[in-house]
Structure formats: structure tokens, C-alpha cells
Design a protein around this ligand. Structure first.
Ligand SMILES: *Cc1c(COP(=O)(O)O)cnc(C)c1O
Length: 419
């Protein structure tokens, strides 16, 4: 491999940079499931912008709409002014996402990041209930701002706050114990015991699949139990669908399969469709207690994102073709990963839709597998408490032969590292 010219990044860019260390290449162009570096080397992308590129790089349908919008001098920056692009998006959200699912949600445009959506959700839950504390889950990840960090598990990320992270209490996620302890035994007990020391929380925030936390799956019955436990006690249920929404697990919303209706839902990452920054907070109308401007932000009105978001919803979510294909492709991935896990000791696999993990008993092997995979032209990243999981997030639009190609590289990398 040609050593990439990275002097300016090493010299000038902050030490905080991360992914460029795992993938030492200088990328120039991208199309579909592929990234190309400046030396013309192609890499298959099984990371998809951490789930921000569910429809692939430079998706041609979205690109055409975006170019037309820019060429026509469509509004680019619009604060939260009403624009034609936003109207069209809201109409599509109503007609394509909400109405067919029987969901009655108001739509908030926070600042265009997942963390900002989470901050808005936490603030709203506190305002609605008049309570301060939030329950979160072990291994959760909700973003890097202070409120989001307070409900995030990872010690290194939390320490970055530099101040105490208050008003949040972690609870065991599905499967955190040995499988014999009854789900919610602890949570129900401390919620209902006035002497437990736990203040009645405003909300519970949960991911249906913990992406950063290691591809941990919450079962449908666990989510239903959580939802009923919350509603019986007047605690709001926030589903953070920033990474698992937009079809990653199959259906548009990751909670659909469980048949629950959260009070508040956060979306970002792939909601803009094209990898452009955007976020949404959805909530039941009775919770819309915001005063005008009470949660604002300069870049709430990133209209080019609204254009690509609208076209993505119309193109991919007016029928169930993408949802079905995600299920089919997911089975293909699961079968291949199962073969890999069966062939090598100390590896297991788990996943849903098109998010999958290869879990290594020896955590150090996961990082080595990603490194070897990169050398062979595949981008994949680790996740989990000890970076013990190789997390696979290919674009949902990836072709079967591309999927097979990436899975072969992965299998070879595992063989190289583990034998
Ligand atoms: C990525 C992510 C966030 C944070 O989103 P940013 O855009 O990075 O701020 C929040 N929650 C979940 C579940 C995420 O995966």
C-alpha cells in the first residue's frame, strides 16, 4: 500500500481526530457503498458514516434533487423560517412516515446533530414533567454534549465532560445480567420504593439496539415491558433512534417491531438522506409545551438537507421494498457471520436488519480484524465497552455481490488474525 501523505493532518489537526487513525488513507470520492482514496484505491464501506449514509454515498436520486435545488437558488440557510422545502418535507413526514403508522407526533427541528436532538428531548421531558432526573441504560450512547453524556455509559467519553454529570441514573439494559435475573427487577423495585434513593424520573431514554455500545439488542418483549412500566408511572419514554432509525433495523423506526409508541423520538444521522446534517425530534402533541424559541439553533433550517430528506422518504419509504430488502440482506449477513463464528473459537455474532456485530472473547482481536480488513479494502469499526465488537453498518442500498465481497474480506481477516 502507498503510504498516504498525511503531514498536514498530523501537524495541524487536533489530537481529537479518530477515524483517520483507524483508516490511514486520504479519501477523495465516494459512490454507493464505495470510497476511493486519492491514489485510486477503492474501499468498500461497511461503516456508512456511522449510520448517516443508509442510502449510500452520493445517492444519484438524492444528488439530482440537491443539484436542482442549488441550481435554482433554493434557500440554503433558513433558521426556522417557513420555506417551500420545509413544507414539502413536513408534508412527506406526515403522509409517508406518520399517518401510515398511525403515529400522531409534532415535529421539532433542533440543531442538526444527534446530540442536539437528544438535548432537546431531555429538556422537553423535564419541562413536561417538572422532574429533573433521567433513567438511561448501561452501555448507552447518546452523544457528546453534557446532557447527552449524562445518559451515556462509556467512562472515557463521560470523563471528557470535565464536570459532574448530574440528574441521570443508569439501569441494566436487556441482557446485562446472567439471563436468570428477571428483567426490570431492580428498576421496578427502586422506582416504587420511596426509600430507594431514586427520585421519580422525568423520562427513560433508550436505544432499541445499542450501536456504539456493542450492537446490544433489546428484545421486543423487553421494550414492551419498559414502555408499560413507564406509562404506568407517568414517566416519558424517549427512544433515541439516531442510529437505528431510518431503516437500519428494517422498518423506518426501530421501535415499530415491538409495537410500542414512544413519547419522544430522536432522529438524525440518515434522516438528511445524503449525509447532510439534520435532526428531528418527534413527540406526542400533548407534550408540545415549548415556548417559541425555547430551544433554538442557527442551523436548524439547513434546507438542502430538507430537500434530500424529503426525496429519501418519498423514494424509499412510500412502499416496503427497502424494508423487505434490508431484512433479506440482513439474513445474508447473519448467515455469513455465523459461518465465520462457527469456524473460529471465541467469536459470536448478533444483529438485526443491517446492523450486525462479530463479538470477540479476546477484545484485542476485533481491532486487529478491522485493521487487516482495511488493508484488504474494507472499512469496518469496532464498538462495545472494550472495543470487542466488529460492527457492520453497510449502506441499506448495497448490492448483494458487494455485501458478499465485504463479508469475504471480513472472513479472511478473521482467519488471518485468529489462526
Ligand atoms: C451518533 C449518535 C448520537 C449523537 O449524534 P451526533 O450527530 O454525533 O451528535 C446520539 N445517539 C445515538 C444513538 C447515536 O448513535
Amino acid at each position: 500500500m502507498i503510504t498516504p501523505e498525511t503531514t498536514i493532518f498530523d501537524d495541524l489537526e487536533s489530537n481529537v481526530r479518530g477515524y483517520c487513525r483507524s483508516w490511514p488513507a486520504v479519501f477523495e470520492t465516494a459512490q454507493g457503498a464505495w470510497l476511493r482514496d486519492e491514489n485510486g484505491r477503492d474501499f468498500l464501506d461497511f461503516f456508512a458514516g456511522a449510520g448517516a449514509l443508509n442510502y449510500g454515498h452520493n445517492n444519484p436520486v438524492l444528488k439530482t434533487a440537491l443539484i436542482d435545488y442549488l441550481t435554482g437558488d433554493g434557500v440554503t440557510h433558513g433558521l426556522d423560517m417557513s420555506t417551500v422545502a420545509k413544507r414539502k418535507l413536513l408534508e412527506t413526514v406526515r403522509d409517508t412516515l406518520l399517518a401510515p403508522r398511525g403515529l400522531d407526533y409534532k415535529v421539532q427541528f433542533p440543531g442538526p446533530t444527534g446530540a442536539n436532538a437528544v438535548e432537546a428531548a431531555l429538556k422537553l421531558a423535564r419541562k413536561v414533567t417538572g422532574r429533573q432526573s433521567i433513567l438511561s441504560f448501561t452501555n448507552a450512547f447518546h452523544g457528546m454534549t453534557l446532557g447527552a453524556l449524562s445518559v451515556t455509559g462509556n467512562a472515557m467519553k463521560r470523563a471528557g465532560a470535565g464536570v459532574p454529570l448530574h440528574h441521570a441514573t443508569p439501569m441494566p439494559y436487556d441482557g446485562y445480567f446472567d439471563g436468570t435475573t428477571a428483567d426490570f427487577q431492580w428498576m421496578e423495585r427502586v422506582l416504587d420504593d420511596s426509600s430507594s434513593g431514586l427520585d421519580r424520573p422525568a423520562a427513560v431514554i433508550v436505544e432499541t439496539v445499542q450501536g456504539e455500545g456493542g450492537v446490544n439488542l433489546a428484545r421486543a418483549e423487553w421494550l414492551r415491558h419498559l414502555a408499560s412500566l413507564c406509562s404506568a408511572r407517568g414517566i416519558l419514554l424517549i427512544v433515541d433512534d439516531v442510529q437505528m432509525g431510518c431503516g437500519r433495523t428494517g422498518p423506518f423506526f426501530s421501535f415499530e417491531a415491538a409495537g410500542i409508541t414512544p413519547d419522544i423520538v430522536t432522529l438524525s444521522k440518515s434522516i438528511g438522506g445524503y449525509g447532510l446534517p439534520m435532526a428531528l425530534v418527534l413527540f406526542k402533541p400533548e407534550h408540545d409545551v415549548w415556548s417559541p424559541g425555547e430551544h433554538n439553533g442557527t442551523f436548524r433550517g439547513n434546507n438542502p438537507s430538507f430537500v434530500t430528506a424529503q426525496v429519501a422518504l418519498e423514494h424509499y419509504w412510500s412502499d416496503d421494498v427497502l424494508e423487505k430488502s434490508t431484512g433479506t440482506k440482513g439474513k445474508r449477513v447473519a448467515a455469513a457471520l455465523n459461518d465465520i463464528a462457527v469456524a473460529a473459537p471465541g467469536i459470536s455474532t448478533r444483529g438485526r436488519g443491517l446492523v450486525h456485530g462479530l463479538v470477540f472473547d479476546d477484545a484485542s482481536q476485533a481491532g486487529k480484524v478491522c485493521q487487516v480488513a482495511f488493508e484488504r479494502g474494507l472499512l469496518a469499526e469496532t464498538s462495545g465497552a472494550s472495543d470487542e465488537v466488529v460492527k457492520l453498518l453497510p449502506p441499506l442500498t448495497i448490492a448483494d455481490d458487494e455485501l458478499d465481497h465485504g463479508l469475504r474480506i471480513l472472513g479472511d481477516a478473521v482467519e488471518t488474525v485468529c489462526s
